[in-house]
Design a protein around this ligand. Structure first.
Ligand code: PRX
Length: 705
């Protein structure tokens, strides 16, 4: 197999590689067998599982997933593909998600912790919440949502809460009533929440006064006021704002409560003590929630997930890949505000009666030993986090994990590619060489894992997500729809040939966009209603090795993966344009040692304005306000003009090359080629530096333009 010269991406020497070979910037890695102690107790032990889920067994193979749930009414049709690519799973079946996560466990696990809440402040004792108590609190909140906010089945509610138990309580209370929740990551700004509230048509917003992050109390309620204003500007009235208190009984926000609109949940709850709410039996295809994610165009898309298919898929993947048994203490260090938290902190683990740890703060507060102290203290034996967190913890406290008695049987990574070096640290220092590691590739749209090793069966290979999940049938296609030969070392676009129950049902309110974004690219028969004609286009570049392992290279669209979170470049650019002095903006990804990628911003000014640090600050501030701190740019650069094609399109690819010290390529056909050198000097200084070690997604960035 051909090898790239610069493995691990660390070298800076220029490599002479053809486009086809460029993909392999990590060399093939050694295999690690699954630890025998793990394999012996694994939920998934059947070596023939891939045969059971062969394409020829589609769709009935998925009965097995549906059967992991408790149904009020059994389904009659496992899969309805008659309106491809809009699919329905477990048709005719009825169920309630909160019943599956709570009620059905009460007989056996009433007194077991469903969640253990760990506040960021280490002096605050951790709080276990049993299945019984969670059931009580969810019922009380459901009664409050119904009576106080006048919500009913099918309504949408925007939830903008931090990582405290009130978040899953509110989600499950919605699920109990068949209300569609739309959780917006707590770190997103109020403006972001407002735009999502408008798109989903939410008249109720649930928020909290504040929470702790990096040692400070963050005042969160002002975001709700901004959200209501933005939603109104977009034509959606939010008439009720429900405000939880971080410390019940104390309202700690500086923002005033608005009469008639804002209601403090903790003050109202005593009225609902001991109230129970009959769970609403929902059709399997009824939406359980929306989760907004960024795409190529400016407006985030509301991915709509169905009650039955989604819940079945996250339950099965939690059981087989996370290997959750009811006796396990499981900790996923993600935020519930992202899909990882929905699937693998709340719905999957609770459906399996696990104990799921909920941590409020950042991993490195007050020091990089914190996650390991939490894990040791609570006896966590399944751990789940992102490569960014791993890189950060390794950088700041490489020996910290060795100081604690950690006993992980399995550990997961998610959200971005993990470098083999970081993987090895995770395996040896955190897992002590005894844990099975799964590198799980999937997306907001896909509900649950698509590619990962099966921890009790497959060998691990650092840097590769691995084979597909049973039932997932990927292919790597080139731009013309031809399959890229296995082992050719060529990257292509990864598609999934057949549907699966976790796949979103549609984009909220925009079915056309759903079809166009995810299925149009490789469809040759637009009138067809056969799922075989509609491969799912994931938007990721990937490579298939001869051993059947997939290596995911990154986004091929205008999305930047920052610390495992998706940010649309167009969203950032429109935030820049809210600054009056800015004429044009272009956002490009730059590699970052810890976060993987960070956005770098280029702006040009309207006539009559001169560049100044104040304008740069205003741009950075606008991004934080419009989107949130997570999108903070690495640097804002004011340039004399943007490099443009003759038809006036901004060449982001050229800017990305300059920011990443890559060769800018041929720019002679641009309408203003001279500006490229001016910008290069501005960014890199006079001496020409070309390192060419940027990863595939950056090499390809903006090429579609
Ligand atoms: O580019 C892929 C990357 O994250 C994108 C999905 O982001 P999001 O919808 O926010 O969901 C994140 C959590 C599932 C994908 O298109 N990605 C996700 N997991 C991996 C990954 N890239 C490489 N390896 C992974 N394990």
């Amino acid at each position: 197999m051909a090898r790239a010269k610069s493995d691990s991406g660390a070298g800076t020497e220029a490599t002479e590689l053809s486009e086809a070979e460029i993909a392999v910037h990590w060399k093939e890695e050694e295999y690690f067998p699954p630890p025998a102690s793990f394999a012996a107790q694994a939920n998934l032990k059947d070596p023939k599982v891939m045969d059971r889920f062969a394409l020829t067994k589609f769709p009935e193979c998925y009965r097995e997933f549906g059967e992991m749930l408790t149904w009020d009414q059994p389904w009659t049709t496992t899969f309805d593909g008659s309106n491809a690519p809009f699919y329905k799973w477990f048709v005719g079946g009825k169920l309630n998600a909160s019943v599956n996560c709570l009620d059905r466990h009460l007989a056996q696990y009433r007194n077991k912790a469903a969640f253990i809440f760990v506040a960021e402040n280490e002096e605050e004792p951790s709080v276990p919440i049993t299945y019984q108590e969670l059931w009580v609190r969810v019922n009380e909140m459901a009664a409050l949502l119904r009576d106080e906010a006048r919500l009913k089945t099918g309504d949408r509610v925007t939830i903008h809460l931090p990582m405290t138990p009130e978040l899953p309580i509110t989600m499950l209370a919605c699920a109990r009533l068949g209300i569609v929740h739309s959780v917006v990551f707590g770190g997103f700004s109020g403006e972001s929440a407002g735009r999502r509230a408008a798109d989903s048509g939410s008249r109720v917003l649930v928020t909290m006064d504040g929470y702790y992050r990096n040692g400070k109390f963050t005042d969160h309620k002002p975001g709700a006021d901004a959200a209501v204003a933005i939603a109104k500007a977009e034509g959606q009235t939010v008439d009720t704002v429900l405000v939880w208190q971080r410390h019940p009984g104390k309202y700690l926000s500086q923002a005033k409560l608005v009469d008639g609109r804002d209601k403090v949940v903790n003050e109202l709850l005593p009225k609902y003590r001991r109230k129970t709410v009959e769970p609403v039996s929902m059709p399997a295809e009824a939406p359980l929630f929306l989760m907004y994610t960024s795409g190529t165009t400016g407006r985030p898309k509301g991915c709509q997930h169905a009650t039955g298919g989604y819940l079945a898929y996250v339950t099965a993947t939690s059981k087989w890949i996370q290997d959750i048994h009811p006796t396990d203490v499981y900790w996923c260090m993600a935020d519930i505000g992202w899909i990882t938290g929905h699937s693998y902190i709340v719905y999957g683990p609770l459906a399996l009666a696990a104990t799921s740890v909920l941590y409020e703060g950042i991993p490195t507060f007050p020091d990089p030993g914190r996650p390991w102290r939490i894990a040791e203290r609570l006896g966590v034996n399944i751990f789940h986090t992102s490569p960014t967190a791993i890189r950060q913890l390794r950088k700041l406290g490489p020996e910290e994990p060795t100081k604690y008695d950690l006993k992980f049987k399995t550990m997961t990574t998610v959200g971005e590619p993990i470098e083999p070096e970081a993987w090895r640290w995770y395996f040896t220092k955190v897992g002590k060489g005894k844990a099975a590691i799964t590198d799980t590739w999937w997306q907001t749209e896909t509900g649950g894992f698509l590619c990962t090793t099966k921890p009790g069966l497959d060998r691990m290979k650092p840097g590769s997500a691995g084979p597909p999940m049973p039932g997932i049938h990927p292919k790597i296609l080139d731009e013309n729809g031809h399959e890229v030969p296995v082992g050719s070392n060529k990257a292509g676009n990864i598609v999934i040939q057949s549907p699966w129950p976790g796949l979103m049902s549609t984009i909220w309110g925009d079915a056309e966009r759903y079809k166009k974004t995810y299925f149009q690219k490789y469809n040759t028969k637009p009138a067809s209603h056969d799922w075989r004609d509609w491969p799912y286009f994931a938007g990721d570049g990937a490579l298939l090795a001869p051993d059947g392992y997939y290596r995911i290279l990154g986004r091929i669209d205008d999305v930047i993966n920052v610390a495992g979170h998706r940010l649309g470049t167009k969203e950032l650019e429109s935030a820049c344009l809210t600054v009056p002095e800015i004429a044009e903006a272009a956002v490009v990804p730059v590699t970052d040692e810890v976060k993987g990628r960070v956005p770098e911003v280029y702006v040009s000014l309207k006539p009559g304005f001169t560049a100044s640090p104040e304008i740069e600050k205003k741009v950075a501030h606008a991004i934080e306000t419009e989107i949130g701190k997570i999108a903070r740019p690495k640097v804002v650069r004011i340039v004399p003009d943007m490099p443009k094609t003759r038809s006036g399109k901004i060449m982001r690819r050229v800017l990305a090359s300059i920011s990443n010290t890559m060769d800018v390529g041929d720019v002679t056909t641009l309408s203003n080629p001279d500006v490229v050198e001016q910008i290069r000097v501005l960014v890199q200084g006079k001496a020409k530096v070309v390192t060419k070690t940027a990863p595939e997604d950056i090499k390809k960035f903006g090429q579609a333009e």
